[in-house]
Design a protein around this ligand. Structure first.
Ligand SMILES: Cc1cc2nc3c(=O)[nH]c(=O)nc-3n(C[C@H](O)[C@H](O)[C@H](O)COP(=O)(O)OP(=O)(O)OC[C@H]3O[C@@H](n4cnc5c(N)ncnc54)[C@H](O)[C@@H]3O)c2cc1C
Length: 303
């Protein structure tokens, strides 16, 4: 591909949200480049749920079908590469990639997702997405009524425990340190049969990602079929911040009602903009971002 090739839109991140935007823009006859480094956040989960028409598909199948559909639009090009830097230029923006390619576009869309930060607990990362669950809507049904742990601390712990009680009553809340619950909250949970454990977690024993037991610092082992966990994350891609895009207090890219970031001409969609982490939400916001960008390009033509 020739250096400095110009596009109407460069989409950085070609997973569910980026491909959804690419479809909207391809159908709007826009010249689009999708740059993707192939590291979606759900790669390790065996099955993806709660997305109509594809409930239970593998994440890889979802991506493959999406890519095949978008590839039918001739004005959309793809490269497998990592975008490493960007800058504002007169015609819009330029983006450089790890392999040394350089592209320009009038608009940018970051559909780059977030990167989950695994705690330093042996076994945790191996079980993530398999039997260690981030969201009950995605995987709660499959482990309903089973012996379940929740690893959570801070203000979210009480709300999360209340929520997971909807799926199972065999619940243990592991705060991995002093409990954040006040007396009233602890009483509410205990009345519903929730055990609260403050002892530090030492390790998670598992078989190919299927949790078997959680081992505490005092040597006690608690058997579980599944464990929910709330863990921190950071933006998967730092280019938006380098270009001046502001983050919210939660570490998400700040966007307006048209999916535009705080820098005019730069848009964002999917997990990097919302706590509602779901394929359906990523696809919806990507489609909307595509339409919003096309509208901005039309407005610019008439300006
Ligand atoms: C373990 C787990 C299980 C899940 N299970 C479900 C489920 O069952 N059902 C459901 O609805 N949701 C599920 N989710 C949530 C769902 O996976 C996300 O909401 C969805 O993947 C978000 O899509 P996205 O396109 O915004 O980001 P992602 O899918 O994370 O994709 C971001 C893409 O951007 C690329 N990228 C990032 N930076 C760059 C760069 N600099 N250059 C080029 N490319 C870049 C990445 O490589 C990646 O391909 C799960 C999430 C996790 C973590």
């Amino acid at each position: 591909m020739a250096a400095q090739q110009h596009f109407d839109v460069i989409i950085i991140g070609g997973s569910y949200s980026g491909l959804s935007a690419a479809m909207a823009l391809g159908r709007a006859l826009r010249k689009v480049l999708v740059i993707d480094s192939g590291k979606p956040c759900n790669a390790q989960t065996p099955h993806s749920h709660n997305f109509l028409t594809r409930d239970g598909a593998t994440p890889q199948a979802l991506s493959r079908i999406a890519r095949e559909e978008v590839a039918q639009y001739a004005t959309v090009q793809f490269i497998s590469d990592l975008a490493v830097s960007g800058s504002s230029i007169q015609e819009g923006f330029s983006i450089q990639t790890k392999t040394g390619q350089d592209f320009t576009a009038g608009k940018l869309l970051f559909a780059t997702g977030v990167a989950d930060q695994m705690p330093d607990i042996p076994g945790f990362a191996d079980c993530w997405g398999i039997s260690l669950i981030h969201c009950p809507y995605c995987h709660g049904y499959e482990v309903r009524h089973q012996k379940t742990g929740i690893i959570a601390n801070g203000p979210i712990a009480f709300e999360f425990a209340k929520m997971i009680l909807n799926w199972t009553s065999q619940l243990t809340l592991l705060t991995n340190g002093p409990s954040p619950l006040n007396e009233e909250e602890a009483k509410v949970l205990q009345e519903r049969g929730v055990e609260i454990v403050e002892t530090k977690i030492k390790a998670i024993d598992h078989n190919k990602g299927q949790v078997q037991q959680l081992v505490l610092d005092d040597g006690k082992a608690l058997p579980f079929n599944a464990i929910y966990a709330k863990i921190p994350f950071h933006q998967h891609c730092s280019i938006p911040e380098q270009l001046g895009c502001l983050l919210t207090e939660q570490g998400l890219l700040q966007i307006d009602t048209m999916q535009q970031t705080t820098v005019p001409g730069i848009y964002a969609s999917g997990d990097n903009t919302t706590m509602m982490r779901a394929v359906s939400a990523a696809v919806a916001s990507g489609a909307f971002a595509g339409a919003a960008i096309n509208r901005a390009l039309i407005e610019a033509d008439f300006a």
